[in-house]
Design a binder for this molecule. Structure first.
Ligand code: SF4
Length: 374
């Protein structure tokens, strides 16, 4: 454990330095279903969650968030996604806000990113809350991708470091950084490179869209077991595709992984990642059809026959992030309210009802295998 980061305060929780690694999760309930969201917050806290993220997309969600804040003292985080102007409305009700550097260009296109960050940092300062600069492989800021000529790892690391430098210049240091990907080895590479670049900045670790059990936990372990013993990682989330009533297991697995690493119990999975890779999102309040989790499970069962083939199938829960997050997969499905859209890489093949999509997916998978791709 060689690295000692500076300390960030999320209300009474300290992240970084010699503080214990905190464990966080996210509610997958509809934020406006206040009772269900409070129920999930309660279950996550009972399992030991230090910090709980809530999805907020619009003003009705903000109103629900305010009511949730009144009824729980859990530490709450909101992810601004593309809608960074919401920062002003959510900040009074949360302890931390996450912005994604790759999403800042979507709104107020003519405004300099520096000014947008300055505005967000000003709000965080005013409300005495923390920030997370959350860089995600699926949504790297286009100017960084261009600058590093498509070198994804470099673009991710440099984008994160640029935002750290800017926040420091603005006199705001109460922030952590995350560099996430669905490929655990890429998570290791990016986080090692960032930790070298900015050894002082606390890191939030996670393998995004790790997916269903048990693979989701295995992928997460592969990354965490290589990073945490080096002192890289100050807070973490295990992102799993789970039914709502089992969402708290993200916390249980997170705590178990930490206990195993600290006791020197490493899970060696030498062949993992050599065959079929199913990635699926952990779901959140944006899921518009509760059948998403079951569909993800059925995709896994149905594709078991192809487990020796080195292909990636992505299953995503919503039409907000689903279309972009499936672009790199050999085959992808993203779920809308009543239909599921099937893609081959970035090409859309069609939209199907939930009960119709599996045979079509199988047909496309057979075609790829027959073509001898891998
Ligand atoms: S893909 Fe959509 S439903 Fe899934 S976690 Fe991301 S935003 Fe939520």
């Amino acid at each position: 454990m060689g690295r000692k980061t500076r300390q960030v305060r999320v209300r009474d929780l300290v992240i970084g330095g010699d503080a214990p690694i905190s464990v966080q999760s996210m509610c997958a309930t509809h934020t406006q279903d206040i009772e269900a969201t409070l129920g999930q917050i309660h279950a996550l806290r009972e399992s030991g969650a230090d910090l709980i993220r809530i999805a907020v997309d619009n003003k009705s969600d903000v109103a629900a968030l305010a009511e949730i804040r009144r009824r729980t003292d859990a530490r709450l985080v909101v992810d601004l996604q593309e809608n960074f102007p919401l920062a002003e409305l959510v900040a009074p009700h949360v302890d931390k806000v996450r912005y994604n550097p790759g999403h800042l260009h979507h709104l107020e296109k003519d405004k300099d990113v520096r000014l947008k960050v300055e505005w967000i940092a000003g709000i965080a300062k005013k409300h005495d809350i923390a920030l997370r600069v959350g860089v995600n492989c699926g949504s790297v800021a286009p100017d960084f991708l261009k600058r590093y000529d498509g070198d994804h790892v470099r673009a991710i690391v440099e984008s994160a470091a640029w935002h750290c430098d800017l926040l420091d210049e603005l006199g705001f240091t109460n922030y952590v950084v995350s560099l996430k990907d669905s490929d655990p080895q890429k998570v290791v590479t990016c986080n090692k490179a960032f930790a070298e670049r900015r050894p002082d900045v606390p890191i939030h670790l996670g393998v995004t869209e790790a997916g269903l059990l048990p693979d989701g936990v295995i992928k997460t372990r592969i990354a965490f077991e290589q990073l945490i013993p080096l002192g890289i990682g100050d807070t973490l989330r295990v992102s799993l595709t789970l039914p709502n009533e089992r969402k708290h297991e993200e916390i249980t697995y997170g705590r178990q992984i930490l206990a195993d690493i600290s006791a020197g119990r490493y899970v060696s999975v030498p062949d993992f990642g050599k065959g079929l890779n199913i990635i699926s999102c952990p779901s959140c309040s944006r899921v518009e059809n509760a059948d998403f989790v079951e569909l993800a499970m059925r995709v896994k069962e149905m594709t078991a026959y192809a487990r020796e083939h080195k292909l990636t199938i992505a299953v995503m829960g919503c039409r907000v992030n689903g279309p972009g997050e499936t672009d790199d997969a050999d085959l992808g499905v993203w779920c809308g309210p009543s239909t599921v859209t099937l893609k081959r890489k970035s090409e859309t093949l069609g939209s199907y009802r939930y009960q119709e999509v599996l045979p079509v997916l199988r047909h496309e998978l057979d075609r790829i295998i027959a073509a001898g791709v891998r």
